[in-house]
Design a binder for this molecule. Structure first.
Ligand code: N01
Length: 546
């Protein structure tokens, strides 16, 4: 740490976050010869898998695909024990990567970054941590994740509650024992839907408070077989290449025909087949499920019928069956026995769609005039996604422009990777990129490669700063919006739209044009001399733009 009044230490690159983005960034930058410092709020690596350690937490992308591809040795030597891995195994994998590539020595744990200010006179970022540590860097890369700021809704009376409270996105590291306890779960998104079946196995009683029912598909998870693992590993390099140009960053079959072009019987067969395979591939049954309301309704009704066939109490089944938004327009959930859990004697569903939770009390909560008592409340209430974590850092660009202010009416980026007036500030999987609509590992690797290649380009060309032109940014924002509005996505009040945070602008934040199409756009931008970016060299002239 720098002595008082001495100039802060300096590195080429500061990285904020040691999740999968930060780890790969550090590895790549180090190999390219850049000095790098990583700041991480947690006590260890893993990012989202470090924080989200609630019972039942599991990846909804198959592990053979949700893993790094940058090292052939790594992907050959690591073995997954299940098709869809559980959180502890993914966290172990992150730790293995950190050890294998000796990454920990450049990471400062338990160190939240408070601010990052651009000093235009020096063309450097001054980054300050919660420990009042300062460091300057030519580049600052926000590898802070898309869903990393837990959202605990403002429930009246919460401070009065005498029982235990938990948030799925910020779960304790020690085991929580719910044996013999009555618990409430508020929220039925991916986290709640994964946690509820496991909690119900252990607790005395679970009451689920549901504001909006969710469409969920079975994972049909199973132990990894040597045969399946081999089918990937024998051809990993080629399969990964293919994966990078798919719409979602996942190799799975999209049936390229419209739903209504086939008979109802053929559709039922297709849906049944995909349901039996499990996972999100169900949404690829037809090519217009996310584009056409009538096509969407055929898939949605199939899922509702499944729920009715699984859940024995018809009233409960009806409450669990989503009806007022198209399937897939809120993040599809992938579960292990979620709907079956409502057949248990120790699980109750309370519909709070019309009457919200009035208040939390000393012993529980009140809704619709009825009082409930619990030993613990689990908040599965989601995240301030995509922008929340960036806004927690006081980021100031040229002329003191604050990121929060600039994005007051919604995030504005070029390619989801940079924003005008913030030179040399990069975001990994930022708003305006496929990010949360894709296999995050594929999108992370693509952004890390693109960003580090850009930094190498600047070093080679002796350039000092890089930022998008306003025009390129405006055009990209318009394009992102235009593509989103060709789909059914804006019809749902989802966190993609910022709808879960009171007062947040309703803008569809990720880019839905597809992982492969987006990658080609990024490649073309480079091929055309970094089209839409402006650079400054030591002599401060603009050397490339538009
Ligand atoms: O959060 P969510 P999540 N009163 O926002 C309800 C990823 N993820 O943590 O829909 C009552 O989806 C809210 O109700 P409503 C994945 O991308 C991945 O579950 O707003 N209820 C909703 O039911 C996912 O999409 C995995 O009406 C309130 C729930 O809380 C994302 O993380 C696993 C409320 C929040 O659902 C977020 O998922 C888990 C209130 N005041 C998560 N406020 C993988 O498998 C909110 N709710 C990789």
């Amino acid at each position: 740490m720098a002595a008082k009044n001495s100039a802060p230490p300096t590195v080429d690159v500061v990285i904020v976050g040691a999740g999968f983005s930060g780890l790969y960034l550090l590895h790549r930058l180090r190999r390219l010869g850049f000095s790098t410092r990583v700041f991480e709020a947690g006590t260890d690596v893993g990012g989202t898998w470090y924080w989200n350690r609630y019972p039942g937490a599991r990846c909804d992308v198959e592990s053979m695909q949700y893993s790094y591809s940058f090292s052939e040795d790594l992907q050959q030597e690591w073995g997954w024990s299940e098709k869809f891995s559980a959180q502890p195994e993914i966290l172990e994998y992150a730790g293995h990567v950190a050890d294998r590539f000796d990454l920990r020595r450049d990471i400062e744990f338990e160190t939240t970054v408070n601010s990052a200010h651009f000093d235009a006179a020096q063309n450097r970022w001054l980054v300050e941590t919660v420990k009042a540590e300062k460091v300057t860097a030519q580049f600052c890369i926000m590898a802070t994740g898309c869903i990393s700021t837990a959202q605990t809704a403002e429930f009246m009376g919460l401070a009065d509650y005498k029982g235990e409270t938990y948030h799925t996105g910020n779960w304790p590291h020690e085991r929580v024992d719910f044996t013999g306890k009555r618990i409430a779960v508020i929220g039925t998104g991916s986290s709640g839907i994964q946690a509820i079946p496991v909690l119900a196995e252990e607790a005395d009683h679970v009451t689920v408070f549901q504001r909006t029912p969710n469409y969920s598909l079975p994972s049909q998870n199973e132990p990894m077989t040597e045969r399946y693992s081999r089918s990937w590993k024998d051809d990993y390099a080629e399969l990964r290449k293919e994966q990078r140009y798919t719409p979602k960053g996942n190799l799975r079959e999209l049936n390229d025909e419209p739903a209504l072009s086939v008979t109802a019987e053929a559709r039922a067969r297709m849906f049944e087949e995909r349901w039996a395979i499990g996972g999100p591939g169900f949404l690829g049954s037809y090519n217009d499920i996310i584009l056409d309301k009538d096509a969407n309704e055929t898939a949605a009704e199939f899922v509702r019928e499944k729920i009715r066939s699984i859940v024995r109490n018809p009233e409960v089944a009806e409450l669990l069956a989503a009806k007022n938004y198209p399937i897939g327009t809120k993040r599809i959930c992938i579960d292990s026995g979620y709907f079956e859990t409502f057949n248990r004697d120790n699980v109750a569903l309370v519909d709070i769609s019309k009457n919200s939770i009035d208040r939390i009390t000393e012993r529980g909560l009140i809704t619709d005039g009825k009082s409930y008592e619990f030993d613990a409340i689990v908040f599965a209430t989601g995240f301030d996604a995509m922008t929340g974590t960036l806004f927690k850092v006081d980021i100031q660009g040229r002329e003191g422009t604050r990121l929060r202010q600039k994005w007051d009416a919604g995030p504005r980026t070029y390619l989801g990777v940079m924003t005008a007036a913030f030179p040399n500030l990069f975001m990994i999987t930022g708003p305006g990129s496929p990010s949360v609509l894709s296999n995050m590992m594929v999108s992370i690797e693509q952004h890390v490669d693109w960003v580090t290649d850009s930094i190498v380009h600047m070093r080679d060309q002796k350039l000092e700063t890089m930022e998008p032109t306003l025009k390129a940014e405006d055009d990209w924002v318009e394009h992102v919006n235009m593509v989103a509005h060709k789909t059914l996505f804006p019809l749902a009040a989802s966190w993609y739209m910022g709808a879960n945070i009171p007062g947040k602008p309703r803008i569809f934040m990720p880019y839905i044009g597809g992982v492969g199409a987006y990658r080609r756009i990024c490649e073309d931008v480079v091929a055309e001399g970094y089209k839409g970016f402006q650079f400054k060299s030591d002599e401060t002239q603009v050397v490339a733009a538009e």
